[in-house]
Design a protein around this ligand. Structure first.
Ligand code: NAD
Ligand code: IPM
Ligand code: MN
Length: 350
C-alpha cells in the first residue's frame, strides 16, 4: 500500500499558526516521509480573492485523502467584510456533513499541574477524564428554517432541529461502545423537558441501545444541569453523548475547566470510513490573538495525535499525548510562543 495522504487546511487567524506546529510534531513523531501531505488554501482569504468557499473539485480531492488536519476558519465576531456563517456553514459544516462525521469526539482530561478555574475542593485528587461524543451531522446545524417578512417588525426566523432515529441511534451506539472501552459510564445530555419531540427520540433510542449494554451504567442530565456538574463535579463524567448544539456549548465549557481552550482537541469521525475523518482543535480562529505567536498550539497537536490514532498509529499517537502531558505539567507560568511550544513537543517526541 502507498503512503497515507493527509490533507491540511490551515484556514484563518491562528489556524495556520497552530497547524504549522501540529505538522512539526507529526513529522517528528511519524516522519515527514511517512505520509503524503497536501495543503489546501481555503478560508477567508480565498473567498475574498476568488469568491470561492469550497469548490466541488476541491471537495472531491479532499474525499480521496486518508484524513484531514484542520486549523480553524472564520472572521472576528462582529466583522463586516465576511458574512457570518459563510465559512462556518460553507466550509467546516459542509465537510462534516458531506463526509458524514457523525461522531464529533471531544476528549477532556485535566492533567496534573495544569491550571484550572476549578477549586481544589472540586479537583480534590479525583481524576477528571471524560469524553463528549457530540452528534455531528444533524440537529439545529442542518440549516433548516428561514426568515419571513425579513426586515419588518413582523420578521419571523426559524431554525428547525433535525433528529432522525438513524442518526441518533448510530451516535448513541458509538458512545456506548466507547464507554465499554473506558469506565463503563454513559450520560445522555439533552433537554427533553422542553424539547419534547427531539428529546423524546434521543431518550427512546438511548434506552433501546442501553438494553444491549447491561455493563454500562447510564444516567441522564438536562443540559442546563449538566453545565452545573461540569463546573462543580466534572470527575463524575466518563462518556457524554449529546446533540450537535448542546455538544458545541458544553465542550467549550469542558475545555475551560480542563486547562483552557488551547488544549482541547477533537476528531470529526466517520466511523464507517466511507469518507476521510477530520481532526481539529475545538477552538476557532481567535482573531484577537492571530498573527502574534500567542496561540497555544497544543490543541492542534493533540488533534494530530487523534489523527494518528485513527490511522492505526497508536504508539506514535500516545507518544504525542504523553509528551503533551509532561510538557503542560511543567509549564507553570512560563510564556512561550506558538512556535516554541511546537519546537519543545517536536523535540520531545523525536
Ligand atoms: P475562538 O475559539 O476563536 O476564541 C475564543 C477565545 O479563546 C478568544 O479569546 C481566543 O483568543 C481564545 N483562544 C482560542 N484558541 C486559542 C489558543 N489556541 N490559544 C490561546 N487562546 C485561544 O472563538 P470565537 O472568538 O467565538 O470565534 C472566532 C471565529 O472562529 C469565528 O468566526 C467563529 O465562527 C470561528 N470558529 C471556528 C471554529 C473552527 O474552525 N473549528 C471553531 C470555533 C469558532
Ligand atoms: C466548533 C465550532 C463550530 C461548531 C462552528 C465554527 C461551525 O464552534 O467546532 O466547535 O459550532 O461546531
Ligand atoms: Mn464550538
Amino acid at each position: 500500500p502507498g503512503k497515507p495522504t493527509i490533507a491540511v487546511i490551515g484556514g484563518d487567524g491562528i489556524g495556520p499558526e497552530v497547524v504549522t506546529e501540529a505538522l512539526k510534531v507529526l513529522d517528528a513523531a511519524w516522519g515527514a516521509d511517512a505520509y503524503e501531505r497536501v495543503d489546501y488554501d481555503l478560508g477567508a482569504e480565498r473567498w475574498q480573492r476568488t469568491g470561492e468557499v469550497l469548490p466541488d473539485s476541491v471537495m472531491a480531492e479532499l474525499d480521496t485523502a486518508d484524513a484531514i488536519l484542520f486549523g480553524a476558519i472564520g472572521a472576528a465576531p462582529g466583522a463586516t467584510d465576511i458574512p457570518s456563517g459563510l465559512l462556518e456553514r460553507g466550509l467546516l459544516l459542509k465537510l462534516r456533513f458531506a463526509f458524514d462525521h457523525y461522531v464529533n469526539l471531544r476528549p477532556s482530561i485535566l492533567y496534573p499541574g495544569v491550571p484550572t478555574p476549578l477549586s481544589e475542593a472540586v479537583v480534590g485528587g479525583r481524576e477528571i477524564d471524560f469524553v463528549v461524543v457530540r452528534e455531528g451531522t444533524e440537529g439545529l446545524y442542518c440549516g433548516n428554517g428561514g426568515v419571513v417578512r425579513a426586515g419588518t417588525p413582523q420578521e419571523i426566523a426559524t431554525e428547525v432541529s433535525v433528529n432522525t432515529a438513524f442518526g441518533v441511534e448510530r451516535v448513541i451506539r458509538d458512545a456506548f461502545e466507547r464507554a465499554t472501552q473506558r469506565r463503563n459510564k454513559l450520560t445522555l445530555v439533552h433537554k427533553h423537558n422542553v424539547l419534547v419531540n427531539a428529546g423524546g427520540l434521543w431518550r427512546n433510542r438511548f434506552e433501546a441501545v442501553a438494553a444491549e449494554y447491561p455493563q454500562v451504567t447510564t444516567d441522564y442530565l438536562h443540559v442546563d444541569a449538566a453545565t452545573i456538574f461540569m463546573a462543580t463535579d466534572p470527575a463524575r463524567f466518563d462518556v457524554i453523548v449529546t446533540d450537535n448544539l448542546f455538544g458545541d456549548i458544553i465542550t467549550d465549557l469542558a475545555a475551560a475547566v480542563t486547562g483552557g481552550i488551547g488544549l482541547a482537541a477533537s476528531g470529526n469521525i466517520n466511523p464507517d470510513r466511507t469518507h476521510p475523518s477530520m481532526f481539529e482543535p475545538v477552538h476557532g480562529s481567535a482573531p484577537d490573538i492571530a498573527g502574534q505567536q500567542l496561540a497555544d498550539p497544543t490543541a492542534a497537536i493533540l488533534s494530530a495525535s487523534l489523527l494518528l490514532q485513527h490511522l492505526g498509529e497508536d504508539a506514535r499517537a500516545a507518544r504525542i499525548s504523553e509528551a503533551v502531558a509532561a510538557d503542560i505539567a511543567g509549564r507553570g507560568h512560563t510564556k512561550r510562543s506558538t512556535a516554541q511550544v511546537g519546537d519543545a513537543l517536536a523535540a520531545a517526541v523525536s
